[in-house]
Structure formats: C-alpha cells, structure tokens
Design a protein around this ligand. Structure first.
Ligand SMILES: [Zn+2]
Length: 590
C-alpha cells in the first residue's frame, strides 16, 4: 500500500468513473449502466460497461475490468502510483509525499529507463568515434542518411566484450541493473559480458519517447542477424511499436505497419513518416490499442514472401471487425534476369523510388481484397471443379463481413472471378451467413447450458478446481463488497479454507479495506490487471442484499462443507451423486 486509504478515498470521491472514462469513451445509458466502445479491444458494437453505483467498468467482450485507477493504469499504460498522480492532477489534488511508501518498483523502473537512455547516448558516441567506422560504413552502404540516423538515435556497439559494462558500472550502475535492463549477459563462470557487440544499435522508444530497449543488426554475416532486448521490467515487446514516437506526429491519414526496424527507417527517410514495425512479434491486441489512439486507418506492408503473407493474414484476422479501416499494400516481385525476385519495403524504395511507393500506397486494396486474391490463387478457376471449390472457400469469408453493402459488392466480384452469376453467389453467401449465425447461437447455448464451463473464469490462466466452492467464495466476495456491515468484526473464514488461492487473497484484501466506499481503488496496486478484471467480473454478477444474512450463511456453509470433503478425502459415491444433482439445480439460484 503506497497511499493512505483516506487519500485514495478522497481521490476516488473526486474522480467519478463515468466522468473519467467519459473523456476516453463515448458513453450512452442503457439498462442502468452506461455503455460504449471498448478502448481495450477492437469492436463495432459496444460491450464496454460502466456501473456508476459500484464505480467499476467491465467489458463483456474482452473481460477487462476494474475501478477508476485501474482504468487509467490500463488506458494510459501507467503504473499504480503514476495513475494515482495522474488522477490527482486531474482532480486538482496534491499527492502527499510522505504518503508514498515502498516505491522500490517505481524507482527501479526509473533507474532502468535512465540506464537505457545513457546506454543509447553512449552507443551514439561510439558511432561517431573511430570505433564506429564499420557501422558508419554499413549505414552508408544501406544509404541511410546521417540526419535519419540521428533522428532514430542510432548507435554502434563496439567489437569488444565488455565496453558498455565497464562504462556503465563506472557511472554507478550495478551489474544487477545492467542485467535487468538486458544489456549484459551472464556467462557460465559467473562473469558478465555485453549482450550487443559489433552491431548497429537501434534504440526502441515507446510512444512517450522513453528508451525502453534496443533492436540491433549485425554489420557482417554473423548470426543472429537481428537481436532485440528480451522482456524487462520496462520493455514488453507486445506493447511496443518501433517508430511510433515519430509516426504519431505524422500528417498522413494512416499508419503503415511493416516488418523490420530498417524498413521503418527507410520509409521515414523516403518521406513516409507514418511507418512503424512490431518488433519480432505478430501484431498484438496491445499494439492495435496503442495505434487506435493515433489513427483509424492501417496499411499492412509486410514482405511478399510466405512468412509475410502469413503475418498479413494473422493481422487481418486480429483486425477483423475492428474500427480500423485496413488496407494491404502488396509489394510486387522484381524481375532480375527474367526471374521474379521477392523484395521488402526497403528493397522496393531503393529499386523504384519513393514516388512508386506512394503509388502503391494509394492503390493498396482493402483487407478483404487481399484475402479474396489469396483464396483465388489456391484454385484453378478455368476448371469447373475449381470454380465450385473456390465458391465454397470464399462464401464463409464474405458471410463474415458485417456490412450488407460490403457483402453485396464483394459477392459480385467473387462471382466474376468464379465465372458464375452474381445471384447464385449472393444466395450462397446468405446461406453461409445463416449457418454462421446458427453456429454462433449454438455455441452460446452450449456455454449457457454447461454450468461447469460457464462458472470458469474468463481470464486466461485462471481455473477453479472446485467450482462449487468457488461459486460460494465469489458470492461471499460480492456480499463483502456490497455491504461489509453484515459481516462481524472477524473474518468468517480462514484464508486457507478458500478452495481458490486468488479468491481467498481477494477476500482478505477487501476485508482489509472494508471501511472504504470504493475499496477496488485501494486494491489496484496489489492485484495484477488480470486479477482485477476477474474481481470485476465477479462483482458484475447480480447479488441481492435483501436476504444477505441468509445468503452469507449459505455461502459459508458450502465452503466449509467442501473443506471437510477435501480433508476427509474419499466421499461416499452416493453422497457425491446427490451433490452433483444439487449442483445441477444451480447454486443459490444464481
Ligand atoms: Zn473490451
């Protein structure tokens, strides 16, 4: 706990959740709650809800949830103390300095960012020195200008084992810190050496402009060709896009996603200051969330080889039904000695120039066109059987399009490709659409009918080993959150009596802050994002206080009974069967 409860209560009283969320999301009232488009996943119909009574938000689509502090942590990508400061500033409150205890994690973060910044600065100095000549030559060979190199803060790692290690320890950084930042590596004998040696260094800045890590490339033929910082307390590759700190200032209407860091560099140099790259990963939801702050249109520009096609396909799936308009920029092959040769964005611009790329950019087709062309490529459309197979493959893709006009337009185009009548293709698409709706409905029903499936947490990595006890534990948590006064002065259970570790932990944290009107905000610093989302999912379910005493007694009895069963071990099969029967009728009518 870094802040006093008084301070947090005062802060949350001044930061109404609907107000705060409302400055990021357009909210409209619906059935007692307020709904809007989720800022955490891509969607077209609102499943993001804000409950002002409970002062919580919860998304029924991606299952993220929490209180107002959590919301700011998630949406602004801040730590707990940073989010508290952010909200305090918004509410015009002073953060009491002596109120901040245990800042060690925050202090470490700041130290690592400072270390990264100094390392980047040092690599840059090396680049300008005698030792940097090989890397300078390499940049020249790739025709990367001095200006662009400086803009991207490029540097050179010297061809030596421990120059950075020596330099940074001299400046007062410990080996532990260098290790934590991923700048050095331990050898088998307990010694350390620089991770990056004899390489072009590409500092990775996050959207706020902090150096969070490094990408690098060899300048000779050694392996690995590209090497990035591994995960550190300040570098999470799923949440970073190379070049975004520059691309976010672009005046162009879209953002180009390409594969490699050097593609980004070449594109910026050619005047496409809207290029970014995901670093060594397929596009992630976290990255699309970041992008949605700056643009509504994405252009996928991956290499035109097999891996690039796959990356395009995966990105399209991720962006399917998102609020982004997605285009695919197709890089043509280059004819060399009568043979087609694959080229990436970097090659293309070098070979054909910026104007040619601009043409490609303007003419890039929509995501659906890319997929249609890809599917068409798999069949021989001069042959009747090929036409039938193509139609079977293309209809589910078209049926999944949510706009009726879009479905119509592309059905006509698919009909042309297959050489069948547009009416026949449209009929096929509508049939596939009905089937899709039916399948989705079935899936929903199956989930609702299967109680053990539906009680399982939706958060990844969480599972109830004893659903019956866990349901009672959830109920107890809801009651404690709704009205702590029905509980006496001592907790009704011991923490180890909870069948689920997380539920036990949550219950006792809530117990600690039970006098707070909105205890979730005190918990925001102590639960992970997933844990907080899970807690919000629990609080989201209905619970009445009308018969709270009775419900509480029932929940406690169930949990104790399950504890007994666990300690006694084997239970009579007949009793088990009866239990199952009871469970089927639904626990407590929830
Ligand atoms: Zn969501």
């Amino acid at each position: 706990m870094q802040f006093s409860q008084n301070f947090l209560d005062e802060l949350t009283a001044r930061c109404d959740i609907a107000d705060v969320v409302g400055s990021y999301v357009n909210l409209t009232p619906k059935g007692g709650n307020q709904f809007g488009l989720c800022p955490f996943h891509n969607e077209k119909t609102p499943s993001f809800s804000v409950n002002t009574g409970k002062q919580i938000y919860y998304c029924f689509g991606c299952h993220k949830g929490g209180g107002v502090i959590n919301f700011i942590m998630e949406v602004e990508n801040l730590s707990f103390p940073e989010a508290v400061e952010f909200l305090a500033k918004r509410a015009g409150m002073e953060v009491p300095q002596n109120d901040r205890r245990d800042e060690s994690a925050e202090r470490q973060r700041k130290r690592l960012l400072q270390l990264n910044r100094e390392a980047a600065r040092w690599y840059y100095e090396v680049l300008l020195s005698e030792e940097g000549k090989a890397v300078r030559d390499y940049l020249e060979k790739r025709r990367i200008s001095r200006k662009v190199a400086v803009n991207f803060g490029m540097g050179a790692a010297p061809n030596a084992w421990d120059r950075l290690l020596q330099e940074m320890t001299r400046r007062g950084y410990s080996k532990q810190e260098l290790l934590a930042a991923g700048l050095i590596v331990a050898n088998k004998n307990g010694g350390f050496y620089d991770k990056f040696r004899n390489r072009l260094m590409l500092p990775v800045l996050d959207h706020r402009g902090e150096v969070v890590g490094f990408g690098s490339r060899v300048i000779d033929n050694s392996e690995p060709k590209y090497m990035n910082t591994t995960e550190t307390p300040v570098y999470h590759k799923r949440q970073v896009l190379y070049g975004l700190h520059l691309a976010k200032k672009t005046k162009r209407p879209n953002i180009i996603l390409c594969e490699g860091n050097l593609d980004v560099v070449t594109l910026h140099q050619a005047g496409f200051d809207n290029a970014v790259a995901s670093m060594g990963t397929a596009l992630t939801v976290e990255q699309t969330r970041l992008l949605s702050r700056y643009t509504r249109e994405l252009v996928l520009c991956y290499d035109n080889d097999g891996a690039g096609q796959q990356a395009t396909e995966r990105a399209l799936q991720l962006l399917n039904n998102s609020e982004f308009t997605v285009k695919v920029l197709k890089l043509p092959n280059r004819m060399v000695d009568g043979q087609p040769k694959k080229q990436d964005a970097d090659d293309f611009i070098k070979n054909h120039g910026a104007a040619a790329f601009e043409n490609l950019l303007n003419g890039s087709g929509s995501g659906i066109e890319f997929r249609m062309a890809q599917i068409a490529g798999q069949f021989d459309l001069t042959d009747d059987r090929g036409k039938v197979e193509y139609t079977a493959a293309i209809t589910p893709v078209l049926a999944a399009l949510s706009g009726a006009v879009e479905r119509d337009v592309y059905a006509v185009r698919a009909a042309e490709a297959a050489g069948i009548s547009p009416e026949a293709m449209k009929a096929e698409v509508e049939r596939a659409r009905k089937k899709l709706g039916y399948q989705q409905k079935k899936q929903r029903e199956r989930r609702e009918l299967n109680p053990t499936l539906s009680v399982q947490p939706t958060q990844r990595g969480l599972r109830y080993s004893n659903p019956r006890s866990a349901m009672a534990e959830e109920g107890l948590i809801r009651l404690l959150h709704l009205d702590a006064t029905i509980f006496g002065d001592t907790p009704p259970l011991k923490q180890e009596e909870f069948s689920n570790e997380l539920l036990g932990r949550i219950f006792f944290l809530l117990w600690e802050y039970r006098s707070s009107p909105h205890p979730l905000n005190s918990l925001a610093g102590q639960l992970s994002g997933d844990e907080m989302s899970h807690l919000t999912a629990i609080l989201q379910k209905p619970e009445s206080t009308a018969n709270a005493q009775k419900a509480m007694a029932d929940y406690i009895a169930t949990i104790k009974h399950e504890v007994e069963k666990r300690t006694v071990g084997e239970v009579d099969p007949l009793v088990q069967a009866m239990e199952r029967n009871k469970a089927k009728k639904g626990y407590g009518g929830k």
